[in-house]
Design a protein around this ligand. Structure first.
Ligand SMILES: Cc1ncc(COP(=O)(O)O)c(C=O)c1O
Length: 374
């Protein structure tokens, strides 16, 4: 069997170990310490905006805390992009609220502004103004932030920007992760930088950051004994994990370049195949190309290609199945235009790691060429 080629595997720089060693040397083996502060500062500097970053155990924790900070609770409704990974929607259920799913547009594959406005209108007519909008930069491609923010402001609904897949992407020159009222990053093992598992919440004031950290560290009130007047969570990032993050920050730009180079490699390699199309960058948007995705003619071709790759021990994955089609979510309200359903049928994510070698990329492209010749 040929060696496995992964969709997106961790890519260490070698700089991570010295930060971990520092933590061991100082015995900062805790969910606080210099690496946590350092990683938060590195992220704030990178994002180049007046933002405050709280390092957390996961992106999902950051989404959950956003909803809590916005006061989302039992019986509330929260709009969520349907074409996403389930972690965007799960915290709505944790809060006892109802997700309302909104379809995508074709230019970025992200939340469709028209469907968003239709959904808000209809929910208000039915008696409830949604409490938040969760919009997602899927596969690293920015969503149409101006259009989404304009609609959100018109109805006075805060936006939670799910930037889990989009650290390093730009929207009109501004970093993804700074475009929402609350923004979420993930450092899960498959992301553009990883801490093995981890995430961050990006907010606009130091008071919000403090409140997020308070909730993430079991909501301990000021007292010499353990005193609690709110329900807390154990959501803080550890100082060891943050050390990995500090090392990864030294190569984030390189990872973006390498992932963008993968996309260019595939585009060049497949230009003779009329059946294969790519998601282009709309004017003003720069994707980190976290994953390179292709569209095929139909589901049969997509599945045939996926199996041909699997046969060569190459991991690929259909574009995410929309939330309104998921057994666990399909009973919830949804506002659809057919875009995310079609993308799920026709789309495939190709191996996209920043650590892919030329030889591995060539193994992927020659398998695709061979598939189309047979
Ligand atoms: C779009 C999206 N949102 C949220 C998450 C959740 O992040 P985490 O795995 O760090 O909890 C992920 C990734 O896992 C994701 O891809």
């Amino acid at each position: 069997m040929k060696p496995k080629i992964w969709l997106s595997s961790p890519h260490m720089s070698g700089n991570e170990l010295s930060y971990i060693q520092d933590a061991f040397d100082a015995n900062w083996v805790a969910p606080l310490g210099p690496n946590v502060n350092g990683f938060e500062n590195d992220l704030t500097t990178y994002l180049q905006e007046e933002r405050h970053v709280a390092a957390l155990a996961s992106g999902t924790a950051a989404l959950h805390l956003s909803l809590i900070l916005l006061g989302v609770g039992q019986g509330d409704e929260v709009i969520c992009q349907s074409k996403t990974f389930s972690a965007s929607a799960n915290p709505i259920i944790y809060q006892g609220a109802t997700p309302v799913f909104v379809d995508s547009e074709e230019e970025t594959w992200n939340m469709c502004p028209e469907q968003l406005e239709r959904a808000i209108h209809d929910r208000i007519t039915k008696g409830k103004t949604p409490k938040a909008i969760i919009a997602v930069h899927l596969y690293g491609m920015p969503y149409k932030a101006d259009e989404i923010n304009t609609i959100a402001s018109k109805y006075n609904i805060p936006v939670i920007e799910d930037s889990a897949e989009a650290l390093g992407s730009l929207y009109k020159g501004q970093h993804c992760g700074t475009l929402g009222d609350f923004s979420v990053l993930s450092f899960n093992g498959n992301k553009i930088i990883t801490t093995s598992g981890g995430g961050a919440l990006v907010v606009s004031t130091s008071a919000l950051k403090e409140k997020a950290i308070f909730l993430a560290t079991q909501a301990r009130d000021q007292a010499p004994y353990y005193l609690h007047s709110e329900i807390g969570y154990n959501y803080r990032m550890s100082n060891i994990v943050a050390g990995i993050g500090r090392g990864q920050m030294t190569v984030l730009d390189q990872h973006v370049e390498q992932r963008r180079a993968n996309y260019n490699h595939y585009r060049e390699a497949f230009k003779a195949h009329a059946q294969i199309t790519f998601l282009k960058e709309p004017e003003g948007m720069t994707s980190n190309r976290w994953l390179t995705c292709i569209l095929l003619d139909n589901e049969t071709t997509r599945e045939g290609l996926r199996q041909a790759l699997e046969h060569e021990n190459i991991e690929s994955r259909p574009l995410w199945k929309p939330m309104h089609q998921q057994p666990v979510f399909k009973a919830y309200p949804h506002y659809l235009n057919g875009v995310s359903d079609a993308l799920f049928q026709r789309g495939l994510c190709l191996p996209s790691g920043s650590n892919l070698t030329e030889e591995e990329l060539n193994r992927v492209t020659s398998t695709v060429h061979a598939y189309f010749k047979t």
